[in-house]
Design a binder for this molecule. Structure first.
Ligand code: DGP
Length: 116
Protein backbone atom coordinates (compact mmCIF):
# COMPACT_ATOMS: atom_id res chain seq x y z
CA UNK A 1 0.00 0.00 0.00
CA UNK A 2 1.33 3.45 -0.84
CA UNK A 3 1.23 6.55 1.30
CA UNK A 4 1.43 4.74 4.63
CA UNK A 5 4.01 5.00 7.38
CA UNK A 6 5.14 1.90 9.30
CA UNK A 7 5.61 3.99 12.45
CA UNK A 8 2.12 5.49 12.38
CA UNK A 9 -0.55 4.00 14.66
CA UNK A 10 -3.41 5.15 12.41
CA UNK A 11 -1.74 3.64 9.33
CA UNK A 12 -1.50 0.38 11.27
CA UNK A 13 -5.23 0.61 12.07
CA UNK A 14 -6.02 1.36 8.40
CA UNK A 15 -4.22 -1.77 7.20
CA UNK A 16 -5.68 -3.93 10.01
CA UNK A 17 -2.45 -4.53 11.94
CA UNK A 18 -3.87 -2.85 15.05
CA UNK A 19 -7.48 -3.52 16.08
CA UNK A 20 -10.01 -0.69 16.28
CA UNK A 21 -13.75 -0.38 16.74
CA UNK A 22 -14.56 0.59 13.15
CA UNK A 23 -18.01 2.19 12.73
CA UNK A 24 -17.99 3.22 9.05
CA UNK A 25 -15.73 3.43 6.03
CA UNK A 26 -15.42 4.53 2.44
CA UNK A 27 -12.86 3.75 -0.21
CA UNK A 28 -10.58 6.53 1.07
CA UNK A 29 -11.60 7.10 4.73
CA UNK A 30 -12.04 5.03 7.89
CA UNK A 31 -14.07 5.91 11.03
CA UNK A 32 -13.35 4.24 14.39
CA UNK A 33 -14.00 5.00 18.05
CA UNK A 34 -11.41 7.01 19.98
CA UNK A 35 -9.58 5.00 22.67
CA UNK A 36 -9.92 7.92 25.09
CA UNK A 37 -13.47 9.20 24.50
CA UNK A 38 -14.24 12.74 25.62
CA UNK A 39 -17.99 12.39 25.04
CA UNK A 40 -20.59 9.60 24.63
CA UNK A 41 -19.84 9.70 20.90
CA UNK A 42 -16.18 10.24 20.05
CA UNK A 43 -15.20 8.85 16.67
CA UNK A 44 -12.07 9.54 14.64
CA UNK A 45 -12.31 9.83 10.85
CA UNK A 46 -8.98 9.34 9.10
CA UNK A 47 -7.96 9.29 5.46
CA UNK A 48 -6.41 5.96 4.49
CA UNK A 49 -3.57 8.00 2.98
CA UNK A 50 -0.85 9.05 5.42
CA UNK A 51 -0.64 12.83 5.63
CA UNK A 52 0.24 14.63 8.86
CA UNK A 53 -2.72 16.94 9.27
CA UNK A 54 -5.93 18.24 7.75
CA UNK A 55 -4.30 21.10 5.83
CA UNK A 56 -1.92 18.64 4.20
CA UNK A 57 -4.89 16.50 3.17
CA UNK A 58 -6.60 19.53 1.62
CA UNK A 59 -3.51 20.16 -0.48
CA UNK A 60 -2.91 16.51 -1.37
CA UNK A 61 -6.52 15.61 -2.18
CA UNK A 62 -9.52 17.92 -1.74
CA UNK A 63 -11.72 14.97 -2.76
CA UNK A 64 -10.42 12.83 0.11
CA UNK A 65 -10.94 15.69 2.56
CA UNK A 66 -14.53 16.08 1.36
CA UNK A 67 -15.00 12.33 1.65
CA UNK A 68 -13.73 12.38 5.26
CA UNK A 69 -16.05 15.26 6.21
CA UNK A 70 -18.97 13.50 4.56
CA UNK A 71 -18.19 10.31 6.44
CA UNK A 72 -18.04 12.29 9.71
CA UNK A 73 -21.52 13.67 9.04
CA UNK A 74 -22.79 10.17 8.25
CA UNK A 75 -21.37 8.84 11.51
CA UNK A 76 -23.06 11.68 13.44
CA UNK A 77 -26.39 10.87 11.77
CA UNK A 78 -25.98 7.15 12.43
CA UNK A 79 -25.28 7.92 16.10
CA UNK A 80 -28.48 10.00 16.25
CA UNK A 81 -26.67 13.18 17.27
CA UNK A 82 -28.72 16.39 17.27
CA UNK A 83 -25.47 18.28 16.79
CA UNK A 84 -21.81 17.47 16.83
CA UNK A 85 -18.38 19.04 16.82
CA UNK A 86 -15.75 18.32 14.19
CA UNK A 87 -12.25 18.96 15.52
CA UNK A 88 -8.92 18.76 13.71
CA UNK A 89 -6.16 19.53 16.21
CA UNK A 90 -3.26 20.76 14.09
CA UNK A 91 0.23 20.91 15.55
CA UNK A 92 1.59 19.93 18.95
CA UNK A 93 0.71 23.38 20.31
CA UNK A 94 -2.95 22.58 19.57
CA UNK A 95 -2.74 19.19 21.33
CA UNK A 96 -2.27 17.10 18.17
CA UNK A 97 -0.63 13.89 19.37
CA UNK A 98 -1.01 11.59 16.34
CA UNK A 99 0.47 13.03 13.17
CA UNK A 100 -1.82 11.26 10.73
CA UNK A 101 -4.70 13.53 9.71
CA UNK A 102 -7.87 12.86 11.73
CA UNK A 103 -11.20 14.51 12.41
CA UNK A 104 -12.70 14.08 15.87
CA UNK A 105 -16.49 13.64 15.72
CA UNK A 106 -17.67 14.57 19.22
CA UNK A 107 -21.25 14.61 20.47
CA UNK A 108 -23.88 13.13 22.72
CA UNK A 109 -23.45 15.66 25.53
CA UNK A 110 -23.80 19.42 25.94
CA UNK A 111 -20.88 21.03 24.09
CA UNK A 112 -19.76 24.40 25.37
CA UNK A 113 -18.07 27.31 23.62
CA UNK A 114 -15.18 28.23 23.98
CA UNK A 115 -14.49 24.56 23.29
CA UNK A 116 -15.11 22.23 26.17
P1 DGP B 1 -5.08 14.28 18.75
O1 DGP B 1 -4.65 14.61 20.16
O2 DGP B 1 -5.97 15.33 18.14
O3 DGP B 1 -3.87 13.94 17.90
O4 DGP B 1 -5.97 12.96 18.88
C1 DGP B 1 -5.47 11.67 18.83
C2 DGP B 1 -6.54 10.76 19.38
O5 DGP B 1 -6.23 9.45 19.01
C3 DGP B 1 -6.65 10.76 20.91
O6 DGP B 1 -7.94 11.24 21.28
C4 DGP B 1 -6.48 9.31 21.31
C5 DGP B 1 -6.65 8.56 20.02
N1 DGP B 1 -5.82 7.38 19.88
C6 DGP B 1 -4.47 7.31 20.04
N2 DGP B 1 -4.04 6.06 19.79
C7 DGP B 1 -5.16 5.34 19.45
C8 DGP B 1 -5.35 3.98 19.08
O7 DGP B 1 -4.43 3.17 19.00
N3 DGP B 1 -6.64 3.59 18.82
C9 DGP B 1 -7.69 4.48 18.88
N4 DGP B 1 -8.91 3.99 18.61
N5 DGP B 1 -7.53 5.77 19.24
C10 DGP B 1 -6.28 6.18 19.51
Amino acid sequence: MTDTSADCIFCRIVVGEVPADVVAETETSLAFRDLQPQAPTHVLVVPRRHVPDVGSLALASPEELADAVGLAARVAADEGLAGFRLVANTGAAAQQSVFHCHLHVVGGRDLTWPPG
